[in-house]
Design a protein around this ligand. Structure first.
Ligand code: HEM
Length: 494
């Protein structure tokens, strides 16, 4: 069971751990601000407030997509590491290796885009990368190698975490708590972080392996174009990887809510049978849900489209419902300590909940055929990523900043920054959703004048988000780099 002690001893970081953890978090907040600025440039360009030439727009879109998804993966890996290490042995070298491989991969991606002009987007759909007209096949290859490096780093981290979990719990089934699905006395101290971590390791390792297969196929195709790939198979593998990777960020990020929320409410938040059932179901669902990205591919076998439709209605609900219900029950009648980490956690639950709604609507075949190529889709995923997952990671960061002075942060500037982020975020995502309603095409550098009003509203919302995020980045960066207080060992009052 997650502790009620605000800053427990077993979460203290050694000097080496703190350095690596800080590297993750400081890099992540800096990258988020930079990638958001790229996003703002795109939104302003779509709204005719800035002139980005189309080739530059698609390079910026490729950088923003790959950069945001990668950074979200990086920061939520740090969330998982921070809590999982309390229950199983994790080796710092694996955590550091993941960071170094991420950096090397990021350098390849940046080089391929800004030196090699690669603009084939983060989803690199066949045969676009190898047949670009403004970039060479070699720069596409460097982009693929960048992804491979990032994937290898994450797999290393997962292998280390898997070994740690198996050493303590015997196997994945017991770590997921499957022995208690149909009866028996559930061990209330069974850590939620282990259940969520195990699910992520199983599902995302498969996704990353699918990605590795397709990336290697691309590399072969780039250097030996005689070897033609099957476009449908390639697309399936790409989306399996991409969808799984970004979904894993929610499941890693939510560990922060499971671990931290009870400390701020002062109420225990233990494992229950519905909790175990929902994580078990989601472990399967999340692996097979990706065909909902391919409902418009008429060559896709019919049974896969049907699976995509049914599972996408079912997949998001188990873990989300059990988390939302559990978290709200934990907050109810609790005398919650309303400081930055607790506010960010509540925001994250709202963002996750509200972001799911347009996703489920889009996962319905009849709607999907009309909406999937519109800005409805960036509307849905920006909703749950910007207002759901990112606040989960920010909650941990603020919590750790608080641990340095033994009190949860809650300055006047924090209290202004959060509403600014929320209002800006809502304006930004609603502008995308409204554009979807108006059938504005997604991934377009040039927009019709009729589309400009939603683009411009989106740009205003984005500017507010960036203002708030820049403040958070400086605040968190400065807080993390501060040496821990002497009294670090002492526990803050509950
Ligand atoms: C202020 C914050 C942000 C701004 C201004 C922004 C802006 C944009 C814009 C304008 C697009 C292109 C939309 C279109 O299809 O027309 C886009 C795409 C994208 N954004 Fe963001 N974004 C922001 C935050 C984020 C965050 C936090 C994430 C995820 C962690 C993210 C991930 C993505 C991805 C993956 C794409 C590519 C989608 C594709 O290839 O179709 N963005 N963003």
């Amino acid at each position: 069971m997650a502790t009620l002690t605000m800053y427990p001893d077993d979460e203290r970081l050694s000097r080496g751990e703190r350095s690596v953890f800080n590297l993750y978090l400081v890099s992540a907040v800096a990258l988020f601000v930079l990638m958001m600025l790229l996003g703002l440039a795109m939104r302003m360009s779509q709204g005719n407030w800035l002139a980005l030439a189309p080739d530059l727009f698609y390079r910026v879109l490729s950088m923003h997509g790959a950069g945001m998804v990668g950074t979200m993966g990086l920061v939520t890996t740090a969330v998982m590491w921070f809590f999982l290490r309390k229950y199983v042995t994790l080796h710092l070298w694996a955590f550091l290796a993941n960071y170094v491989l991420f950096l090397l991969g990021a350098l390849c991606i940046i080089g391929s885009i800004f030196i090699g002009n690669y603009a084939g987007l983060w989803t690199f759909l066949y045969p676009l990368p190898s047949q670009g007209m403004v970039w060479s096949p070699q720069s596409a290859a460097v982009f693929m190698v960048g992804y491979l490096l990032i994937g290898v780093g994450m797999l290393l981290f997962y292998l280390d975490a898997a070994a740690g979990i198996i050493r303590v719990f015997g196997n994945f089934a017991r770590a997921l708590g499957l022995q208690w699905l149909f009866g028996g006395q559930i061990d209330p101290s069974h850590p939620k972080a282990v259940v969520a971590g195990t699910m992520v390791i199983i599902a995302n390792s498969l996704g990353i392996l699918a990605g590795a297969v397709v990336l290697v196929l691309y590399l072969i195709n780039i250097y030996d174009p005689q070897m033609v790939l099957n476009a449908l198979l390639t697309k399936n593998l790409t989306y399996w990887f991409g969808h799984m990777y970004i979904n894993a960020t929610i499941y890693m990020g939510v560990i922060a809510v499971y671990e931290l929320l009870p400390r701020y409410t002062g109420k225990p938040y233990s494992v229950s049978r519905p909790f175990l059932w929902s994580w078990a179901a989601s472990t399967v669902f999340v692996i097979i849900v990706f065909p909902h990205h391919l409902l418009m591919d008429y060559a896709e076998p019919r049974w896969m489209a049907v699976t995509g439709q049914i599972i996408s209605h079912g997949a998001l609900f188990p873990v989300f419902l059990v988390t939302a219900y559990g978290a709200l029950a934990n907050v109810y009648h609790s005398g919650m300590r309303w400081t930055m980490p607790s506010r960010l956690m509540m925001l994250s639950l709202f963002g996750w909940a509200a972001g799911i709604v347009p996703a489920v609507i889009d996962g319905t075949i009849s709607v999907n055929r009309v909406m999937h190529n519109t800005q409805w889709v960036p509307g849905h995923f920006h909703f749950y990523l910007l207002l759901g997952v990112l606040p989960m990671a920010l909650a941990l960061m603020y919590h750790v900043v608080g641990s340095r002075r033994q009190a949860p942060p809650d300055s006047g500037a924090d209290r202004i920054g959060l509403p600014l982020y929320l209002v800006g975020g809502l304006v930004f995502v609603m502008a995308f959703l409204d554009a979807g309603r108006l059938s504005v095409a997604r991934r377009m550098a040039t927009h019709l004048p009729e589309w400009w009003p939603t683009d411009q509203a989106g740009a205003i919302g984005a500017a507010l988000v960036i203002l708030a995020m820049s403040y958070f980045a400086v605040r968190i960066g400065a807080g993390l780099l501060k040496a821990p207080a002497d009294g670090d060992r002492a526990h803050a009052a509950g």
